[in-house]
Structures are given as C-alpha cells and as structure tokens.
Design a protein around this ligand. Structure first.
Ligand SMILES: Nc1ncnc2c1ncn2[C@@H]1O[C@H](COP(=O)(O)OP(=O)(O)OP(=O)(O)O)[C@@H](O)[C@H]1O
Ligand SMILES: [Mg+2]
Length: 258
C-alpha cells in the first residue's frame, strides 16, 4: 500500500498571554506520528483542545511545526518555502466546520468553484458546473449567492471548491458538526461517494464517535496533544487499550447506543 502521508514526532507550541499578561506555553502537539495510506480515511477523535485542528492544519502546512517531519508523497514538506510548496498545495485541501466564513458573499456558487480552476473561461464554467452537479447543487442555483443556500448546501459548495484543484488528500475538520442530523448523514454520504469517485484520502476530524465510526478505516484518538491510541475502526471501538480511550468511548456508547 502506498503511503500518502507520514508524520514523525510533530510538535507545536503556541505562546499565549493569560489575563494578567503573563506569557505561557501551550503544547498543542507533543509528538504526533502516524501514516495514512492512499485511499484510506484516518479518523481523528478527541476532546476539545486536544490538538485536532492544529494537527489537521500542520500536516498541510497551514501551520509550520516546531519539531518533527511531514512527508507527503515521499517529499519532505516540513519546512518548504511557500513558493516551493505551491505546486503541492493543489494536492491537499481542508474543509472546515463553518463554510459560510470561507465563501465570498459577493460571488455566486459557480464563481466560487471556478476561481481555483485552471483553463479558459469556457473550461472553468464547464468544470465548475460539473463539480457543483456532482456535489448535488441544483442547476437553477448555480448562480445564487452563499446567503441563498442552506447550511448543507453551503458545505456542498465548499466541497466542490476544494475538488476544483484535483486534490489527493483532504483534511475534513468537523465538516458536519454544524448541521442537523439528517443533513449530516447526507454530507457524510457525499464524502464517501467522492472518495470512491476521485480516489481521495481523508484525515477526518470529529469529536463524535458515531461520525468517526461511519467514515474511518482507522481511528486515532488524541489526548492533550498526543495520539494515545490508533488502530482499525472495529478493533479500537470494540477493545480500546488506553484507559482514557475506554472511558471516552463508554460515555459516547451510552449516550448514543453505538
Ligand atoms: N493560533 C493559536 N494560538 C494560540 N493557541 C492556540 C492556537 N490554536 C490552537 N491553540 C491552542 O492549542 C490547543 C489545541 O487547540 P486545537 O484547536 O488544535 O484543539 P481541537 O482539538 O481542534 O479543539 P476543538 O474540538 O475545540 O476544535 C488549545 O489549547 C488551543 O487553545
Ligand atoms: Mg478543532
């Protein structure tokens, strides 16, 4: 199996000021190592503040790590300068919880998706329409503006936009956490369909065990900046070894009868 992404001992600290103006260090990542095969979905679960978003942003170099290594398709991208990274940037994308913030309110759905497509105007329109159609936006809404769409539709547009650069790897950071349950299921199904269609690999972040169980081939559990356990979805849910993970899963299972 081809390794798409490998991280070695990633560390990231943030310096923040507390309310008295004292600088303190937050160890957001304390040495995170994992690998993802091409075509695989690695789910990341963990409580708020455990470092999930920091990890997701670091592996695609939206954040530069303090220590460790990020190897993407056998290329060490850990400290690559932005101009060297540019050709690779198309290959990875990130989708956030709240697409509204990232969709330009003055652009139509089609314009938003066309923006990152290379080619002539005609090619951009054709490919933009193709992608909007694939993510389930109705043709008569292609020229509507973000505020005219529902939350689920806006996430579909954000997904179409992320596909416009033909990525191989997508970090999904709680992409359905803001949506109603029924819509959530539709969007999760869309992620699974797109994965097959475009041969995608996901790092899928969620604090919701139900969601993680549905999408993941393997699950990594984060706790205070570390992956404390990682393994095949069924095995880790059935029989977690780490006491913290056992406790976390027990609470989730009771709450949602998983
Ligand atoms: N840009 C930043 N500056 C300072 N501290 C940060 C920054 N980003 C994250 N942190 C801190 O790093 C830690 C990890 O944050 P992160 O957002 O990665 O957690 P998370 O697991 O994604 O949480 P959530 O489930 O709430 O999204 C937290 O203590 C957070 O306050
Ligand atoms: Mg987060």
């Amino acid at each position: 199996m081809e390794k798409l992404l490998k991280t070695i001992n990633l560390k990231k600290n943030f310096m923040v000021k507390d309310k008295y103006g004292m600088v303190k260090k937050i160890n957001a990542l304390r040495g995170v190592s994992f690998e993802i095969d091409k075509g695989e979905t690695l789910g990341i679960i963990g409580e708020s503040g455990s470092g999930k978003t920091t990890l997701g942003k670091t592996v695609i170099r939206l954040i530069e790590p303090d220590e460790g290594k990020i190897i993407f398709k056998n290329i060490d991208i850990t400290h690559k300068k932005e101009n060297q990274l540019r050709p690779l940037r198309k290959k990875f994308q990130i989708i956030f919880q709240n697409p509204y913030k990232s969709l330009n309110p003055r652009m139509t759905a089609l314009e938003i998706v066309m923006e990152a497509i290379d080619g002539s105007k005609k090619e951009k329109i054709e490919k933009g329409e193709y992608l909007l159609n694939i993510v389930g936006i109705k043709k008569n809404k292609f020229r509507s503006f973000p505020y005219q769409f529902s939350g689920g539709e806006r996430q579909r547009i954000a997904i179409a936009r992320s596909l416009s650069t033909e990525p191989e790897f997508i970090v999904c950071d709680e992409p359905t956490s803001n949506l109603d349950l029924s819509i959530q299921a539709q969007i999760l199904n869309l992620f699974m369909d797109l994965k097959e269609k475009f041969n995608l690999t996901y790092l899928f972040i969620s604090h919701d065990l139900k969601v993680i169980k549905f999408v993941s081939d393997r699950i990594g559990v984060m706790f205070k900046g570390r992956i404390v356990e990682i393994g095949k979805t069924e095995e880790i849910i059935k029989n977690p070894e780490n006491p913290y993970v056992r406790e976390l899963f027990e609470i989730e299972k009771k709450q949602f009868s998983i």
